[in-house]
Each structure stands twice: as C-alpha cells, then as structure tokens.
Design a protein around this ligand. Structure first.
Ligand code: NAD
Ligand code: MG
Length: 301
C-alpha cells in the first residue's frame, strides 16, 4: 500500500499520458531526449525478483523506446546488457547505459548499422566477448516510414527488410552457437504483423515475416532448448512514429488514441513481456508464440 491508502496498482492505472500530445515531428532516427512528453521507461511499480540473475543479453535498438525499457528491466532482474543502435543515437544510448548501471549491471555500447551483414556478425561476437557469453538475444530494432505503394522505392523496401528481417536472421544465426540450453531469443513484432496496416506496406510485411520466422526458429531450436518468441505491441510512445517521415504532426498529436485504452502504451508497459519470455521461471513451456500487447484491441487467431 502507498502512504495515502491507495495501492501501487491503483496509482499505476492512470499514470500514463493520453493524447493529445504536442504536434511535433522528430528527425530520423529520432532521439528520445527530444520527444515530449518523455517516454516512461523506468517501471516504478514493477518489483524485480532476480529472474535473470547472471544472464547476459544483447538488445538491438536498446538506446531508446521499447529497447531501452527492456535493457533497464533486464538489468533490474540481474542481467548484464549490450545494446546496439545507430551512431547518431549515441546520446540516447548513454542515457540507457546510465540507467542500467544505476541498477548495478554492466551496459556495453556497440553502435553500428544492422543493414550491414558483416556488422551483424561482429555485433554478436563483440557482445559475447565483452559480456563473457550470451544468454538472451532481443532483436528489436526497426525501420519504419509510412508510404503508399506508389511512393515506396525499392531502396526503402530493401532498407526496411534489411533492418527488420535480415538482421533478425543474421543475428540469430550468429548467436545460436553461443546460446546455452535455456537461452532465449525474442523479436519485436507489431500489431501490423497480424492485420497489416494500409499505411505501412513494407513494414507490415516485415512484421508478418518476423512472426513466421519466429515460429520456424522455435521449432528448429527446440532440441537445443532455446526458446524463440516475439512480442507484438500496439502503438507505443517512442521516437519511431514521431520520426516516421510519412506521419503528419497532427497524427503525432493523436497517436494511439484509437486503442480501447485511448492512448499509446509507454515502453515500461511493454518491457515486462520480454522478462516473461526471457525467464525460464515464467515461460519455460512457451516457445513459438507472438505475444500481443495491444491495449485492448483483439485479434483473430
Ligand atoms: P525506437 O525508435 O526507440 O527504436 C527503434 C530502434 O531501431 C532505434 O532506436 C534504432 O537504434 C534502431 N535502428 C533503426 N535502424 C537501424 C539500423 N539500420 N541499424 C541499427 N539500429 C537501427 O522505437 P520503438 O518503437 O521502441 O521500436 C522498437 C521496436 O518496436 C521496433 O521493432 C518497432 O517496429 C516495434 N514496434 C513499435 C511500435 C510503436 O508504436 N512504437 C509498435 C509496434 C512495434
Ligand atoms: Mg533510438
């Protein structure tokens, strides 16, 4: 119970901002430090329980948004972290590092571009070397720009697939030899991977591909006792959409308003799903699922 007689759960319920937000765009790749209101990633009502004690995790896109919240909550559960991000996001990455270190865990910073096949391999090797091994891979980075099919160039289509799908494949392939029994791979999917979004042809297609790749990997790796799952969020307040070149400022202001909860999630509300899927204590019998975190939207199976 909190001091005034309300429970933490009650305090939590209305603690997340609702639209309208400032009608303000961000320049790509989108710095979290420039986003108003600042995304909530600290999960103050969450109580860690050593679920990832001594584990080592690599989180792509760990500088900001969902990836930052995952890095921090994993650290609170006892894991050391390596994060990857684009060089332009160094200042955001340093904030993630400070937050992880404030919980007494290591945070290794490995900037670089995931569209580069060679870099994907080097990233895993560096994470393994600097963390002393690898137990958890979170393939979370993504490229997104709203485009019609007419506007969508082959170069952009390629970039979206390279960032969202190829990197998942390449990082997984590089990580498998290092992951122990009980290891976990988690990808970030999206509600668009179930139903498609008319505004996001290439991005939705990558999320559909991520879903099927996750299921196949889960089957192929079951013998190694490596579990493979994905989290599919609905709208989340992160730099991704304010920095989407096809989203007008007035839509940034109303982002997430159409969910049944009438607001986007904050990253801290998505991150516990990753703990659940990473932790043997929580999900040892779960592999090959796409876990929806959709703010009340329901989906057909
Ligand atoms: P975010 O902008 O904070 O994170 C995306 C990250 O991707 C960036 O920080 C950047 O570091 C990384 N990235 C992009 N291109 C890269 C490249 N070429 N090389 C290396 N890194 C690159 O936004 P977020 O919303 O936290 O996104 C995290 C994941 O969540 C993504 O997979 C996204 O598709 C997914 N998602 C987001 C929402 C949402 O509404 N924000 C909804 C559903 C799914
Ligand atoms: Mg970022």
């Amino acid at each position: 119970m909190a001091n005034n007689g309300t429970t933490h759960a009650q305090e939590h319920v209305d603690s997340h901002p609702k639209p309208p937000f400032p009608a303000k765009k961000l320049e790509k790749p989108g710095l979290e430090s420039k986003l108003e209101p600042r995304p909530q990633y600290e999960a103050p009502t969450y109580h860690p329980a050593d679920k990832l004690a001594g584990k080592r995790a690599l989180v792509t896109g760990g500088d900001s948004g969902i990836g930052r919240a995952v890095a921090v909550i994993f650290a609170r559960e006892g894991a050391d972290i390596a994060i990857n991000y684009l060089p332009a996001e160094q200042s955001d990455a340093e904030e993630t590092k400070r937050a992880v270190e404030s919980h007494g865990r290591k945070c290794i910073l490995i900037p670089g571009d995931l569209t580069d096949e060679k870099f994907c391999h080097e990233l895993v090797e560096r994470a393994v070397k600097e963390l002393g091994g690898l137990d958890i891979l979170v393939s979370n980075a993504a490229h997104q720009n709203r485009k019609t099919i007419h506007e969508l160039s082959p170069e952009e289509f390629d970039r979206t697939f390279k960032t969202n799908v190829y990197a998942y494949y390449l990082l997984t392939k590089a990580a498998i030899p290092h992951l122990p029994r009980g290891g976990s791979i988690i990808a970030t999917s999206s509600s668009t991977g179930y139903r498609g979004s008319e505004e996001l042809p290439d991005y939705s297609a990558t999320k559909g591909a991520i879903n099927q790749f996750t299921k196949v990997l889960a089957k192929q790796l079951v013998d190694k006792r490596i579990r493979v799952n994905a989290v599919a969020p609905g709208p989340v307040w992160t730099p991704l959409n304010p920095a989407d070149e096809g989203l007008p400022p007035e839509d940034v202001a109303h982002f997430g308003e159409k969910t049944p909860l009438e607001r986007p999630a904050q990253p801290e509300e998505i991150a516990p799903a990753y703990v659940f899927l990473a932790s043997e204590a929580d999900s040892s019998f779960i592999t090959g699922i796409i876990l929806p975190v959709l703010g009340g939207e329901t989906i057909g199976a």
